[in-house]
Design a binder for this molecule. Structure first.
Ligand SMILES: NC(=O)c1ccc[n+]([C@@H]2O[C@H](COP(=O)([O-])OP(=O)(O)OC[C@H]3O[C@@H](n4cnc5c(N)ncnc54)[C@H](O)[C@@H]3O)[C@@H](O)[C@H]2O)c1
Length: 368
């Protein structure tokens, strides 16, 4: 990692990992998923579209927070041809983030998702900095990905509002906090929007684009365009509701899963098996409303009549969840949650998940 004249950490291939060193210098800065237009082609298209909100160009991006989500979001912007300033509070966190990006890229190369010769250019588009002002100064589009804490996010948005150019769009990766309340810390609530990437951001196509009460149509459209240019799938959430769409659906399922275990209807492992080997297999291909249409709405209405009154509708966190948390059984990070975990077991299940996600991405890229 180098430090440039601004005191920024910038990646240099020669000093990055053995992977980067082995890759050498790529004369043409492109990196594409198989079957995708090159990032140079994408950027050329961007260049023709003008500059500022309402135009297509959002070439300079800043990502604030380089943790679980921030490093992957930065990687995705760089892959799609944007220059990215990745900001966090400390140099060692930033170095760790670059190392994680390289691990992601190595896995994607091995899965034949990206061309090896495109990698150095992508890494070269990411610079890291512990100086928020430096990250913000040139940015056209900022994605904040710090911890899920409203006061912290408001502080950062207040600062970004002061430090960024007038046209800059400020986006937050919050999982479900109010976009309107975050935007209220700025003088540009019309140019504040939610861009909710899903974990792992380099492998999940969905990004929920969430409108605050004052988010303009222009800002919403611009966020959608920039996400489409990443090869991802933006979905506009029209109301600033807690949990947006994805987490509302996910937590409805979790509430019922916990109720089934609490009532002794099925074991923890069997609930997971029902989802993984049953309707979960279908969900990646057809959504719940498509499923209803295919099953027949008369059939679904009949089932809804007798089943909905039986489902859990409590508004308190499930007792089983609260009890585990009180006991310090927080899941894989403490070695026990609903299951017992070792580090190796957690790594194996994440590798299996990512392998399947990469297989699906490859299928999509090949138009299958
Ligand atoms: N982890 C997930 O699965 C997931 C999925 C979707 C959305 N999100 C959301 O994304 C956001 C980030 O989550 P995460 O899991 O990446 O968190 P994380 O804790 O892994 O990373 C947060 C990073 O922000 C940095 N940070 C804290 N204060 C800062 C400041 N003042 N300035 C700059 N950097 C600062 C921390 O050093 C850390 O590296 C949250 O809003 C979260 O709800 C998380």
């Amino acid at each position: 990692m180098n430090t440039d004249k601004h005191g920024c950490f910038s990646s240099s291939f020669a000093q990055l990992s053995p992977l980067s060193a082995a890759l050498g210098v790529c004369p043409r800065p492109t990196w594409r998923l198989a079957g995708e237009v090159s990032s140079t082609q994408r950027r050329d298209k961007v260049n023709m579209e003008g500059k500022g909100v309402g135009s297509g160009e959002m070439q300079e991006v800043a990502v604030i927070g380089a943790g679980t989500m921030g490093h992957g979001i930065a990687q995705e912007f760089a892959r799609s041809g944007h220059r990215v300033a990745l900001h966090d509070l400390r140099g060692d966190v930033l170095q760790g983030a670059m190392a994680r990006i390289e691990i992601n890229i190595r896995a994607c190369c091995e899965a034949k998702l990206i061309a090896l010769e495109d990698v150095p250019a992508v890494l070269g588009r990411i610079r890291t900095t512990a100086d928020l002002g430096e990250a913000a100064a040139e940015a056209d589009f900022v994605v904040e990905a710090v911890a899920e804490d409203l006061a912290l996010k408001q502080d950062i948005f207040r600062e970004l509002d002061r430090l960024c150019q007038q046209h800059t769009v400020l986006a937050t990766n919050t999982s479900g906090l109010s976009i309107t309340r975050i935007a209220a810390a700025t003088t540009r609530p019309d140019r504040v929007v939610g861009t909710h990437f899903w974990n792992p951001p380099h492998l999940i196509p969905l990004v929920e684009v969430v409108r605050g009460d004052e988010t303009s149509d222009e800002t919403t459209a611009l966020a959608c365009r920039i996400i489409e240019r990443m090869g991802k799938s933006p979905v506009v959430v029209h109301k600033d509701v807690p949990g947006f769409v994805g987490n509302r659906l996910q937590f409805a399922l979790l509430r019922e899963a916990l109720a089934i275990v609490e009532q002794g209807i099925a074991s923890v492992a069997d609930v997971d098996t029902v989802v993984k080997t049953g309707f979960g297999r279908r969900l990646a291909v057809i959504g719940p409303l498509e499923t209803a249409d295919l099953g027949g709405l008369d059939v679904f209405l009949a089932i809804a009549r007798y089943l909905l009154p039986e489902l859990d509708c409590s508004t308190e966190p499930p007792a089983l969840l609260a009890q585990k948390a009180q006991q310090g059984k927080l899941g894989s990070k403490t070695g026990e949650g609903f299951y017992r975990w070792t580090r190796a077991k957690a790594q194996a299940i994440i590798a299996a998940r990512d392998g399947e996600l990469m297989r699906r991405l490859r299928q999509c890229n090949n138009g299958e």
